[in-house]
Design a protein around this ligand. Structure first.
Ligand code: IPM
Ligand code: MG
Length: 369
């Protein structure tokens, strides 16, 4: 296969973890006989510094043209001035919106050897295997109006949480379909006791569940969901959430895995790439971690597992994705750890351990006549 992949290192530890993801993809290409054309573009704070915008035109065009996108992280204290007209996060949000990536998949499955790395009791963590499906291009992140205004001589700010039925339906369909390939349960998270947009969310998800009689649907209010994620995490299968609730709950869920550095994500929409697979944006769920940027100690697992999701979801390379995931599991089982997990390996040493474990494909036996 010959695929085009756009690389967006971004800010902070973004370039360090992205280099790890790139190395893994290059190794996979070599071992499995593929060609991955990978080109880097600017996004976020570094793009603001270079071009005055967080999402330059050529970056967007490259993402639209290529088969998949792998991103590091955006943001940092340098660009954090609340009055600044441009912010690094606009690059990421703009890209999600422009590419129509309405569903964000964030799997959480703690490695059995990392249960002690979480502050939660190991007995609560055994058998945790959940997938958060977060709506990504609607809700309060994008609703209008969103502005500062003056009311009675006082400054006021407004954000709008808005959902249309069709936005809820498309992401809910995906959640139900994904649940079918898993343990057949969907937990839909909302705040229907207070918010009108949540009542529409709940009503729409309930109506649509009739199409999936084989999937068990439960509704949870977001405050209760935050608690149940800590008291009974193993009972969840697919968690379907609106944009902001999913943002918050996935940071919480990352604690189950021992470190935020471990979690990967895939953002998918309806647009197909040259392989007739969904074009996607793949990124670790952690941010730019300015406190450790430049030290070469960031955990590369979130990005490497995002590369595995890229192979699976956008390139349809199931065996290659399995090989990467297996290599990560093996490295952890062999006690290789970066500092966030109590070890002392650098980003590149950890990456080398994972790459060393990448399997070679089985060749079909040749039959002699
Ligand atoms: C995430 C991040 C982003 C979000 C930020 C960087 C805009 O926190 O992907 O979870 O809020 O979606
Ligand atoms: Mg977040």
């Amino acid at each position: 296969m010959k695929a085009e992949i756009t690389l967006l290192p971004g800010d902070g530890i973004g370039p360090e973890v992205l280099a790890a993801g790139k190395d893994v993809l290059e190794t996979i290409a070599q071992k499995f006989g593929h060609t991955f054309e990978m080109q880097e573009f600017l996004i976020g704070g570094c793009a603001i510094d270079a071009q005055g915008t967080a999402l330059p035109e050529d970056t967007l065009r490259a993402c639209q043209r290529s088969d998949a996108v792998l991103l590091g992280a955006v943001g940092g204290p340098k660009w954090d001035d609340p009055t600044a007209p441009v912010r690094p996060e606009q690059g990421l949000l703009g890209l999600r919106k422009e590419l129509g990536l309405f569903a964000n998949l964030r799997p959480v499955k703690p490695h059995p050897d990392l249960l002690d790395a979480s502050p939660l009791r190991a007995d609560l963590l055994a058998n945790v295997d959940l997938l958060v499906v977060r709506e990504l291009t609607g809700g309060i992140y994008f609703g209008q109006p969103r502005e500062r205004r003056s009311v009675n001589g006082e400054e006021q700010a407004v954000d709008t949480m808005v959902y249309s039925e069709s936005e809820v339906r498309r992401v809910a369909h995906l959640a139900f379909k994904l649940a079918r390939g898993r343990r057949g349960r969907v937990t839909s998270v909302d705040k229907a006791n207070v918010l009108e947009s949540s009542r529409l969310w709940r009503q729409t998800v309930s109506a649509l569940s009739g199409d999936y009689p084989d999937v068990l649907l439960e509704h949870l209010l977001v405050d209760a969901a935050a608690m149940h994620l800590l008291t009974r995490p193993a009972t969840f299968d697919v968690m379907l959430t609106a944009n902001m609730f999913g943002d918050i709950l996935t940071d919480e869920a990352s604690v189950l895995s021992g470190s935020m550095g471990n979690l990967a994500s895939a953002s998918l929409g309806e647009t197909k790439n040259s392989f007739d697979q969904p074009k996607g944006l793949f990124e670790p769920i952690h941010g730019s971690a300015p406190d450790i940027a430049g030290q070469g100690i960031a955990n590369p697992i979130g990005t490497i597992l995002s590369a595995a999701m890229l192979l699976r979801h956008s390139l349809g390379l199931e065996n290659e994705a399995d090989a990467v995931e297996q290599a990560v599991q093996t490295a952890i089982s062999n006690d290789h750890r970066t500092t966030d997990l109590g070890g002392d390996l650098s980003t590149s040493d950890m990456t080398a351990k994972i790459i060393a474990g990448l399997g070679v494909p089985q060749t079909e036996p040749v039959m002699n006549e």
